[in-house]
Write a protein that binds this ligand. Structure first.
Ligand SMILES: Cc1cc2nc3c(=O)[nH]c(=O)nc-3n(C[C@H](O)[C@H](O)[C@H](O)COP(=O)(O)O)c2cc1C
Length: 186
């Protein structure tokens, strides 16, 4: 697949088939990720590939957060269980973390690099016929979610990437053309 084709085909995939994602497919994606541009070659990315138990624990952490905002205890328990099961059932889930440098300038550059790594991962997945969905949110700082993913002290979770064979591929979102957002200077 041409890079341009992968870029155009990639979508955030919300539903996956039951086909398992093979370990070597995840490895291909991660090998693509670590080729991202990286100022000072700090290689700040860290990847945690979650199996079903870890996915369930991450889902419980997310479900707990949603349940805490609900008044009805029974409804809250249902939501918590549903979210945990949804995560257990995912074909693949990669938590992408970065090592936090103490220098803010380096931290910002490192964050940019890690997101470029996430894009490489997503495009490599597209070439393999797999879909990805980047998830974020305050849950990434939740101690229970961090523990579920096994991230180490000094690391920050920057993205959670669900991976699998797409069951449904959404239409492209409306986007402004590059032309309308570009200023050409003499
Ligand atoms: C940094 C980042 C965080 C995102 N977080 C979420 C999220 O928490 N939940 C979600 O449903 N989608 C999330 N997305 C996916 C975007 O919503 C999605 O990329 C956007 O709607 C465009 O759709 P497309 O990826 O199919 O082109 C995130 C994307 C990025 C780049």
């Amino acid at each position: 697949m041409q890079t341009s084709e992968a870029i155009r085909q990639r979508r955030s995939i919300k539903t996956f088939t039951e086909r398992e994602v093979e370990r070597d497919e995840i490895e291909r994606m991660l090998e693509a990720a670590v080729l991202a541009p990286n100022h000072r070659m700090t290689q700040p990315w860290r990847f945690y590939v979650l199996g079903p138990e870890a996915r369930s624990a991450y889902g419980r952490a997310l479900g707990d957060r949603k349940a805490r905002k609900m008044a009805d205890a029974d409804a809250a328990a249902l939501v918590r269980d549903k979210i945990a099961h949804q995560h257990t059932d995912l074909p693949g889930m990669v938590v992408v973390a970065m090592v936090q440098d103490e220098n803010p300038e380096i931290r910002e550059e490192d964050y940019a690099s890690v997101m470029m790594a996430v894009q490489n991962l997503s495009l490599q997945a597209a070439e393999l016929g797999l879909g990805t969905h980047i998830k974020s949110g305050a849950v990434m700082e939740d101690p229970a979610a961090r523990a579920a993913a096994g991230v180490r002290d000094g690391e920050r979770i920057v993205a959670v990437v669900n991976v699998g064979e797409p069951a449904d591929v959404p239409s492209p979102k409306d986007r402004a053309s590059a032309e309308t957002l570009t200023t050409w200077l003499p």
